[in-house]
Every structure is written in C-alpha cells, then in structure tokens.
Design a protein around this ligand. Structure first.
Ligand code: HEC
Ligand code: HEC
Length: 200
C-alpha cells in the first residue's frame, strides 16, 4: 500500500512537471505576426506585377510548353519548334531537343535569336503563374509544397540572386524587361513579409 502511494505520488509529480513545461513552452511561443493589409497589399501588387510579367510567367507554366508572349512576340502563343518540358520532368526538354540546344549562357544578340542564361529550363509545373490570378500566385508563393520547400525569406533571396530570374530584367534583343529590378523586388518581398505577407 505504501509502495503504491509512493508510485502514485511520483507519477503525479512527473505529470505536473510535464504540464508545467508545456505551459512554459507555450508562453514562450511568439504571438502570430499582425497582418497589416494597408501596408502589405501595395507591396504584393509590385511583386505580382513582376511574377505575372511575360519574362517571368512564360517559364512558369502548368503544362509542358513554355510560352512566347508580349509585344516582342506579337501576341501570346506556345513556344515554336514543338518545345516540351521533357518526359523526365526536368524542364530541360526532351533528348534531341534540349533547351540548351538553342539557349546558351547568354542572350543571342540577333533580333528573335534565342535568349540565354545558365541552366535555361522550365520551372516545375507546380510553380505555375502563367494565366493565374494575383490571389492564386500569392497562395502558390506561400505554399512550401509548391514552392520548392522555401520559406518566404528563401523566395526573396532566390529573386535577388538567381541567374534565370536576373534574365527577366536583361532579356535582350527588344524584349520588354520585367518592371523594376531584382533588388527592388527583393525589397518589396521583405516589406511584404514585414507586413504579415497578406494575399488579395
Ligand atoms: C528560363 C526559365 C525561367 C525564367 C525566365 C524565370 N524562371 Fe523562375 N524558376 C525557373 C526554374 C527552373 C525554377 C525552379 C528552380 C528551383 O526550384 O531551384 C524557378 C523558380 C522560381 C522561384 C522559386 C519558386 C517559387 O515558386 O517561389 C521564384 C521565386 C522565381 N522562379 C521567380 C522568378 C521571377 C521573379 C522571374 C522573372 C523576373 C523568373 N522566375 C523567371 C525558371 C525560370
Ligand atoms: C530550336 C531552338 C529552341 C529550343 C530547343 C528551345 N528554345 Fe526557347 N526560344 C528559342 C528562340 C529562337 C527564342 C526567341 C524567339 C523570339 O525572340 O522571337 C526562344 C525564346 C524562349 C523564351 C523567352 C520567352 C519570353 O518571355 O521572352 C523562353 C522562356 C524559352 N524560349 C524557353 C525555352 C525552354 C524552357 C526550352 C526547353 C524546354 C526551350 N525554350 C527550347 C529557341 C529554342
């Protein structure tokens, strides 16, 4: 009987210790960031203007065909030459017609010659922006299951530092560049995050 009492007492002590720890941990978790839509949405609009721009969205498509769109192409259509994502899903195209057959590390200087940047390829299909609304693109960017498992800070750094992204502001041969700059878009993402990253 005495033994049982001792066991019961120690179980109770352990339990209350466990409860106490949980409570202490909970009180240490920071409160969720306040969302300031008045500050955040204008920042998002700048980000959206870039991501939805043809120089970005033409590589971020849901199907397996890059797009040609904007004034330089005289409208919107699928990439000529029956170019595809590639049966292996890599985005580098099918064997025999790889992107790098035509797209090199830098832009062709010829008007309507192939533009270029290192590792030219289609973005994975889940990172789709072409034909998507502002709200849809916003949801995609924030979804780690669809953005290459990135935090928003990682997304911002990708925009600031990636070579394919940089091409969008130096697209060569008469193509209109994406609005602003890589640095300004990076800053807009930082400001948007600081405002709680609201979506429209
Ligand atoms: C030549 C094709 C190409 C162009 C042009 C391009 N991208 Fe991408 N993009 C990719 C590929 C490929 C990935 C996947 C890379 C990875 O996950 O590491 C990607 C991934 C991304 C990601 C991370 C994933 C996500 O959904 O958040 C961001 C952000 C991004 N691109 C922004 C841009 C912006 C902004 C532009 C235009 C200024 C642009 N991209 C133009 C091919 C392209
Ligand atoms: C047979 C050659 C060839 C192949 C292969 C090829 N491209 Fe192109 N691509 C071109 C040419 C030429 C242009 C420029 C056309 C123009 O300026 O009128 C171009 C332009 C582009 C553009 C620019 C669109 C814009 O918004 O300005 C993208 C994006 C693109 N290609 C993606 C790809 C991807 C991704 C692959 C591989 C899956 C690929 N291309 C394979 C020849 C090719």
């Amino acid at each position: 009987m005495k033994m049982l009492l001792i066991i019961l007492t120690s179980v109770a002590t352990l339990l209350s210790a466990a409860l106490f720890t949980t409570a202490a941990q909970e009180s240490q978790t920071p409160a969720p960031m306040a969302v300031d839509t008045a500050k955040g949405l204008p920042e998002w609009d700048m980000i959206y203007a870039v991501f939805s721009h043809p120089r970005c969205a033409d590589c971020h498509v849901a199907d397996d065909r890059p797009r040609w769109s904007g004034a330089h192409y005289g409208g919107t259509r699928v990439h000529a030459f029956n170019v595809r994502r590639g049966a292996d899903g890599s985005g580098f195209g099918n064997p025999g017609l790889r992107c790098t057959t035509c797209h090199f590390a830098s832009n062709s200087s010829a008007l309507h010659g192939p533009p270029g940047a290192e590792n030219w390829r289609l973005a994975p299909a889940e990172m789709v922006w072409f034909g998507k609304s502002s709200a849809e693109i916003c949801a995609q960017i924030k979804d780690r299951n669809r953005n290459g498992d990135r935090s928003l800070e990682d997304v911002a750094l990708h925009v600031r530092d990636d070579k394919l992204v940089a091409w969008g502001w130096a697209p060569g041969a008469d193509r209109e560049p994406a609005p602003g700059s890589a640095e300004a878009t990076y800053q807009a993402i930082e400001n948007w995050m600081a405002a709680g990253a609201p979506c429209p």
